[in-house]
Design a protein around this ligand. Structure first.
Ligand code: FE2
Length: 398
């Protein structure tokens, strides 16, 4: 193995964001994944175009360096990936010594799981002069946060735990965050909502719903209540609160400017949220069915669904945004075709599998009833979300 200690020439690195940008754009990168088979099976890097990947475990390089190097195609721009960026750095060094153009993916899958990519949601001209919506895509997990801005103010919806990122993004766009919202008590990731609101001294709102002990300091919101972003003078945008129970009893959606529907895990672009995570699949399934068939009924087909999760890179649209017109989803999402609550619940039961054990721990942290050190949270959050009721489209179920 190459000496990567002091004095050795540094192994060149590529950031996860740059790797995804290149892969999304169709650049001919060759990914060398040196994780073991189980890790690869559980979680892979996904881009909007397929990434050509070669799998040679790190331990093969230890046992048979020359034989392993020979498995890597020549004349290619190779990027080497492992769980945390350490083993891959050593392998990249070995390849460089053997004359291969290799770079290390800095931080590995952990960095992939944390990376946040902001994408502006395209608005109509008359709207974009009044407000902006950014979808913040946590690519590795398939989680989506939102920043809704108008006239120098912003509401952040479903923020991740990287508070500095959200503060930096607001500062970069000259925005003052005035309210932090969560659509529901998340199960797949630790929310940054409570800590962000506390740090900034602004209200935080989430509804846990009946049967949950919520120990976060929250500003309650009523169904139908309108929040205004943009200050008392000048341009403002209305964010209307809409209770959409079912994925969780407290699930809440937010309708921005009458047309942009931040649905949390109520409805996705290819599925709906799974109502079984609390262990009450019948009760919550009935609630979700009523939400999907009754509560959403008055919303027009032109309403754009902006969900909190997605199942795979194939759901990222051509402009980089994960979204779907409600009219299209009404025609294409299988769960929205079901005509009775019983049929709906049976379909959910057939589709979902046991959620990861960490989900129960994450829910407790998000309720504020327990806390955990950062390294524990990182460990819990590894892997893609499993929030959809229909797992047939999720890479995580493959
Ligand atoms: Fe969820």
């Amino acid at each position: 193995m190459t000496d990567t200690g002091p004095g050795a020439s540094p192994v060149p690195a590529i950031e996860v964001g740059d790797l995804l940008l290149a892969a999304d754009g169709g650049s001919p990168v060759l990914l060398l994944d040196v994780r073991n088979e189980d890790e690869v099976k559980a979680w892979k890097v996904e881009a909007r175009r397929p990434i050509e990947t070669v799998y040679v475990p790190y331990f093969d390089f230890i046992e048979d360096e020359a034989g392993s190097v020979a498995k890597v195609p020549r004349g290619r721009d190779v990027v080497v990936l492992c769980a945390q960026g350490g083993s891959s750095e050593m392998v990249a060094g070995v390849l460089i010594d053997a004359g291969v153009h290799a770079r290390n993916v800095r931080g590995g899958m952990v960095a992939y799981g944390e990376y946040l990519q902001p994408v502006a949601v395209p608005l109509e001209a008359a709207e974009s002069s009044r407000f902006a919506i950014w979808q913040i895509n946590r690519r590795g997990k398939g989680c989506l946060s939102y920043v809704v801005a108008s006239n120098g103010e912003a509401i952040v919806v479903d923020p991740m735990k990287n508070l500095e990122w959200f503060e930096g993004f607001a500062a970069q766009h000259g925005l003052r965050i005035v309210h932090v919202l969560d659509t529901h008590i998340h199960a797949d990731h630790v929310s940054g909502g409570p800590a962000l609101s506390e740090k900034l001294g602004v209200p935080y709102s989430v509804s846990a719903g009946e049967g949950f002990e919520l120990r976060q300091a929250v500003t309650p919101l009523e169904d139908g209540q309108a929040l205004r972003v943009g200050g008392p003078a000048g341009v403002t945008i209305e964010v209307r609160v809409m209770r959409t129970p079912g994925h969780t009893p407290g699930s809440t959606s937010y309708l921005v400017g009458g047309r942009y529907f931040l649905t949390g895990d109520t409805v996705f672009v290819g599925s709906v949220g799974r109502p079984d995570l609390g262990g009450h699949v019948v009760e919550w399934g009935q609630m979700l069915f009523a939400t999907l068939t009754e509560r959403l009924a008055p919303l027009g087909d032109e309403v754009l669904v902006l969900p909190a999760h997605y199942a795979g890179a194939h759901e990222i649209g051509p402009g980089g945004v994960v979204s779907g017109r409600l009219g299209d989803l009404r025609r294409t999402v299988p769960e929205l075709q079901l005509r009775s609550a019983d049929e709906f619940i049976a379909s959910v039961r057939a589709a979902v599998r046991e959620p990861p054990a960490s989900y129960a721990e994450i829910i407790k942290v998000n309720l504020g009833v327990s806390s955990a050190p950062a390294d524990k949270i990182t460990e819990w959050e590894l892997g893609k979300n499993e929030c959809a009721a229909s797992t047939k489209r999720t890479a995580a179920s493959r």
